[in-house]
Design a protein. Sequence first.
Length: 296
Amino acid sequence: MNETLPAPDLAPVITAWFHENARDLPWRRDGFTAWGTLVSEFMLQQTPVARVIPRLEEWLTRWPTPAALAAVPASEAVRAWASLGYPRRALWLHAAAVQITERHGGEVPDDVDELLALTGIGDYTARAVAAFAYGHRHPVVDTNTRRVIARAVAGQGEPAPPSRTRDLEAMTALLPHDRREAAAFNAAIMELGAIVCTAKSPRCDVCPIRDACAWRAAGYPVYDGPKKAVQKKYEGSDRQVRGLIMAELRSTHRPVTNAEIETLWPNAAQRDRALAGLLSDGLAVASPTGGYLLPD
DNA sequence: AAAGCGTGGGC
DNA sequence: TGCCCAAGCTT
């Protein structure tokens, strides 16, 4: 491996700041389980903390172990997911619970490769579980971490598009060698990105590393790298139609009829695409008696 | 490997 | 108001 250039020693400062400023969040409580960490990480994939917390507490009360979730039909998971968004995650989390029960004796694995092999778990979630639930030393890189590194280290206003290799290398260069300190720093730099070094209006006036920040030192240059793709408008999109159909499926235990689906959206081609997509994703299944249901 | 995938809050 | 953003993942 190439020895990276001497990175500014950011970890101790950011971690000290974290100890003073960390939000009191459920997954930071003493005794929070590895399963709780896994569930929270699934829910936090693209859904804000404030919306996750109530659903998380419901889930863990109802399904305190992977085996408990694995024992119910996937439809229950999708229903309890409610309006967290991206309901495929509920399906994947249920599938992961089944896999954990079958392959790992009901214990959430602590090995990154075993975690990566579970449905719905990628580079971020696998390392987050290994680091936060088990205290292992791995670089954990999420969108917040990427942004802090882009600014403080690279001197750019925004991170380049995610690159597994580059991102893990950059974080590894900053990561303390001690396991406990590494785990704390992984959480700390994420938290800094989440509440200080934010995407829109960073609060540089209260930033603990402002004096070491390369972006600030460079005079806050405007980012001129590759732009991330702009998400298409939601209003009127196929995604909106999917969302409407899913809300209808969640609202009842009876099959939802074609007639009912027709009332949800005027455009037949869009309805057909949305429904076909849901069937293909396994979020809906055709009922033997007609209409559509959540999957078993 | 770029595109598709929900939902709601903030400015 | 409309746009941006939010602890990503899969195909």
